[in-house]
Ligand binder design. Structure first.
Ligand code: COA
Length: 372
């Protein structure tokens, strides 16, 4: 306990794509998208890099730039940031990490920086990881890094991994970044509990492959399909075919594709049970009751998932921050963007008890209970 959110910020691309605009690209309509998802428009990065978005969100969270949902009460010195964690699926590069790019852009001389991929539950995993590093450093005799202030950022350009001819997925996602500054405060509650869970996604209901360029790979003759002997057609997909997870044509196709694929109804079923389980477990671990909670900030995948959770938990829908209408699903960035909105709209106030909850590919799920 003691890891407290002292600043929040978000940044979204300037270009917005409405449902009507999408209906000119694929066979869809506002009438189909809104009732099923709650999405009216989504920001899409046409000019901004992930580093631009993440750095802008971070500058607001640090109080270096106006526009924070929660601005820190004091100026944050760049040298006081010990850690940068970036949760992303769609950063600007594999090397350097997105976090390293942001650290360099912002000029944070003492921060250690790394990325974390927990898909759409990234916000929760990132905050829980930073909190764990802070808490570990409190142990007597601790001989590792001392983390007292961390910048935790979710950033996505989901537009880069969408098949813009696939109406089942391209209407759902958006781009953006959300950031928080987390500070260890002796005696403060801050993050009171966390719950992280992984459920095997054997059917690959939510997947996006990696398309390595294998054109210079000199060992094609040696490549082996899982259990099938030498692969005479070694090429870009051959690397994927050796992966233990690939055991059928569906898996081979999705793991060999650079685009997101999703079996919507199965993911919906997973998400609705995962969100309820994660909220309940984080509450139990904190020793809090649902009635104590002033706000819930969920991953923004679908407004119907949020409504389902409210009904199942027996709480009013307006306990939940809903930002998806103008954001779409920005994966690892979405709950942090929603957190910034919750502060700005007055849904969250200092001293409130709140939950952040996420779920996504992997399949990942989790929640943190925290005092604002
Ligand atoms: N526009 C118009 N029609 C569409 C469409 C679109 N954008 N996308 C799919 N359809 C069609 C389908 O082709 C299907 O047509 P058919 O009945 O002729 O075959 C029909 O709409 C119903 O498709 P279905 O996939 O069953 O819709 P759904 O009611 O399950 O809604 C989702 C689809 C994606 C909105 C919903 O399944 C969902 O939200 N899933 C969870 C998504 C999620 O949370 N993802 C992220 C997790 S981090």
């Amino acid at each position: 306990m003691g890891a407290t959110i002292i600043g929040t910020g978000k940044a979204v691309p300037a270009f917005k794509v409405t449902n009507h605009r999408l209906s000119q690209i694929v066979d869809t309509s506002d009438e189909w998208i809104v009732p099923r998802t709650g999405i009216h428009e989504r920001p899409i990065a046409t000019a901004e890099t992930a580093t631009d978005l993440a750095s802008a969100a971070a500058r607001r969270a640090l109080g270096w730039e106006a526009g924070a949902g929660l601005a820190p009460t004091e100026t944050i010195d760049a040298a006081s940031i010990d850690l940068v964690v970036c949760m992303t699926l769609t950063g600007d590069a594999i090397i350097p990490s997105q976090a390293a790019l942001v650290k360099a852009r912002l000029g944070l001389p003492n921060a250690v920086a790394f990325d974390l991929n927990a898909a759409c539950a990234g916000c929760v995993y990132g905050l829980a990881t930073a909190q764990s590093m802070m808490a570990a450093a409190q142990a007597p005799g601790w001989a590792g890094n001392h983390v007292r202030r961390a910048l935790v950022i979710g950033v996505e350009r989901m537009s880069r991994i969408l098949d813009w001819t696939d109406r089942a997925t391209c209407v759902l996602f958006g781009d953006g970044a959300g950031a928080v500054v987390l500070e260890w405060r002796d005696g403060a509650t801050g993050i009171a509990s966390s719950f992280l869970k992984n459920t095997d996604d054997e059917a690959l209901t939510l997947a996006c492959g990696k398309n390595y360029d294998m054109s210079s790979f000199p060992f094609g003759d040696e490549m082996v399909l899982a259990g099938e002997g030498p692969d005479a057609t070694a090429g870009p997909q051959a690397d994927v075919s050796r992966d233990a997870i690939v055991h059928d044509d569906h898996a081979r196709a999705v793991m060999g594709s650079p685009f997101i694929s999703m079996t919507g109804q199965k993911v919906f079923k997973f998400a609705t049970s995962a969100i309820v389980e994660a909220i309940g477990t984080a509450l139990d671990r904190a020793g809090w009751e649902l009635a104590d909670i002033d706000a819930i900030v969920p991953h923004q995948a679908n407004e119907r998932i949020i409504r389902y959770a409210a009904k199942k938990l027996g709480v009013p829908e307006d306990l939940f921050q809903v930002s998806i209408g103008t954001a779409g699903n920005a994966s690892a960035a979405s709950a942090l963007m929603a957190l910034d909105d919750a502060w700005r709209s007055g849904k969250l106030h200092a001293g409130d008890k709140a939950i952040m909850v996420g779920f996504g590919g992997g399949l990942t799920s989790g929640a943190i209970a925290f005092e604002a």
